[in-house]
Design a protein around this ligand. Structure first.
Ligand code: ADP
Length: 494
């Protein structure tokens, strides 16, 4: 059976409008100081869809000064916490009102299917509302000190936060970073990924409409090595919150050491997804499929190491391959599409390079392994069988629709092999045996463990990595820790 490919010549809907292409600094839309611009593409065709302002170091400095003013002297600095929460609710309502337009723009710029973009938009609204509720609930403590003193703690904003995000979930990552930062009273200078600047600009316009004071939220489109690096180096930025590649995080951590900035990192993964023979196989096949192919595998939690108990291995691979070949690939803006393009030519090349490595290192290609068409950056869902733990396709994060199937025999064996990686972002186990489920959950080294499900992420649940998958947690109450400084106040009594 050949790969299912949808007809891509005729768009089923008009291309979404692109209204915002400048930088947002101090609630004003401005060009870069040196007037530079860069092009942004539609990955389903490779065509340029807009030219956007490209921030450099001078723009970073302007934005940081605006954020500092807003933090120290603007209306934000004296605003009641409850009022901050109301602004966030208002922004969430505006995002909900424009969700369909935003989803279409997200799909146009990053290539995710319109169905997935709608799901992301729900996540954005939920996250903003969840943290809006926190704004007036971030409390200190009274502390029982020795002697005749009263000690209490205040939890105050960390300050000006530089936020650097990737292209795979442009709006959801924005919400994960804005939510706790704003709830705790910080101000923001955000750099979206160079591949996907458009939706952050559109939501920033909604933040201005919602009434956020000047300087609280600033958006700088631009490249990592220039605008991103200048943000990390800036002495008046108090913290960098980063989501992206582990190699970039190492650069940022080294550079942040110069000013001893606080840093939090949400990085990659090579997540083990473990299927025991006693699992409900229909659910497990569907779950393993979703685990790897959701958003074309461009997901830090992708279930890219699929451990299947040896006695069901052949049947499982066969069923997975059948589904992979039937996956409808096509225009992300078409409701019928199940998988859109990869985000860029660079990613497409990287994925195909790993396919070549898999083949040359002796793995068996069961499905996919090919570019689909010659326009846009489409890759067929790919399955490798007969994979050894030490092969590159089993150790490296590919960030594409490529799964490595690894047979196993016992729970002890699979836990050891699942943990034999520098990553530790997520893991999953499929079984009806509650002992196996909880033993695996206890012993696997990962920030998130799913039992009989996958990719279930909520604004309320802490998310982040063990080992080289990150530092700190996003979402839930846990994120608030990273956006407040604790101050102890001690008063002599009597
Ligand atoms: P990916 O492989 O997902 O593109 P990157 O880590 O390269 O991951 O990119 C994630 C974000 O980090 C993007 O916004 C990118 O511009 C930014 N970035 C890349 N290099 C640097 C750097 N040296 N300093 C700061 N930010 C960077």
């Amino acid at each position: 059976m050949a790969q299912a490919v949808l007809e891509r010549s005729a768009r089923t809907r008009p291309r979404p409008a692109i209204e915002f292409t400048k930088l947002l600094i101090d609630n004003k839309w401005v060009d870069a100081a040196d007037k530079r611009t860069f092009e942004t593409l539609d990955p389903s065709t490779g065509e340029v869809i807009a030219s956007v302002a490209e921030a450099g170091a001078a723009d970073v400095d302007r934005a940081v000064k605006a954020a500092r003013r807003a933090l120290e002297t603007g209306p934000w600095s004296t605003m009641d916490a409850a009022e901050r929460g109301l602004l966030m609710y208002r922004l969430a309502d505006l995002v909900a009102k424009h969700a369909e337009d935003l989803a279409a723009l997200e799909s146009l710029n990053c290539g995710k299917t319109i169905t997935d973009s709608r799901g992301d938009l729900e996540g954005v609204v939920n996250t903003l509302r969840y943290y809006a509720g926190w704004a007036d609930k971030v409390e200190g403590k009274t502390v029982p000190v020795r002697g005749s003193f009263l000690s209490y703690t205040l939890r105050q904003p960390v300050g000006v936060i530089g936020q650097i995000i990737p292209w795979n979930f442009p709006l959801l990552m924005l919400a994960w970073k804005w939510g706790p930062a704003l709830a705790c009273g910080n101000t923001i200078v955000m750099k979206p990924a160079e591949q996907t600047p458009l939706t952050a600009l559109r939501v920033a316009a909604l933040a201005v409409e919602a009434g956020f004071p000047a300087g609280v939220i600033n958006i700088l489109n631009g490249y990592g090595e220039t605008a991103g690096a200048a943000l990390v180096a800036h002495p008046d930025v108090d913290k960098i919150a980063f989501t992206g590649h582990v190699d970039t995080a190492k650069i940022i951590q080294r550079q942040a050491a110069e000013t001893l900035k606080r840093t939090t990192f949400e990085l990659g993964g090579k997540s083990p997804n473990v299927i025991f023979a006693d699992a409900n196989l229909d659910d497990a096949v569907a779950g393993a499929f979703h685990a790897i192919y959701f958003h074309g595998g461009q997901c830090c939690t992708a279930g890219s190491r699929l451990f299947v108990e040896a006695k069901i291995h052949d049947e499982f691979v066969e069923r997975l391959a059948h589904k992979a070949r039937a996956r409808a690939i096509g225009d992300p803006l078409d409701d019928a599409t199940q998988q859109g393009p990869q985000v860029s030519l660079e990613q497409l090349d990287k994925i195909l390079h790993y396919v070549d490595l898999g083949k040359s290192q002796g793995a068996r290609l069961v499905a996919g392994g090919l570019r689909v068409g010659d326009r846009g950056y489409y890759v067929a869902p790919t399955i490798f069988d007969g994979v050894k733990d030490e092969m590159a396709i089993a150790t490296d994060e590919i960030f594409g629709p490529v799964v490595s199937v690894l047979p196993f025999g016992s729970i002890d064996e699979v836990v050891t092999r699942a943990n034999a990686t520098n990553y530790g972002l997520a893991a999953a186990v499929w079984t009806k045996d509650i002992d196996k489920a909880h033993l695996f959950a206890k012993h696997v080294k990962a920030g998130t463990v799913w039992v009989n499900c996958y990719h279930v992420v909520d604004a309320t649940t802490p998310f982040g990595g063990f080992k080289m998958s990150g530092q700190g947690r996003e979402n839930g109450e846990a994120a608030l820790e990273h956006y407040t400084e604790t101050k102890t106040v001690t008063v002599k009594l009597g």
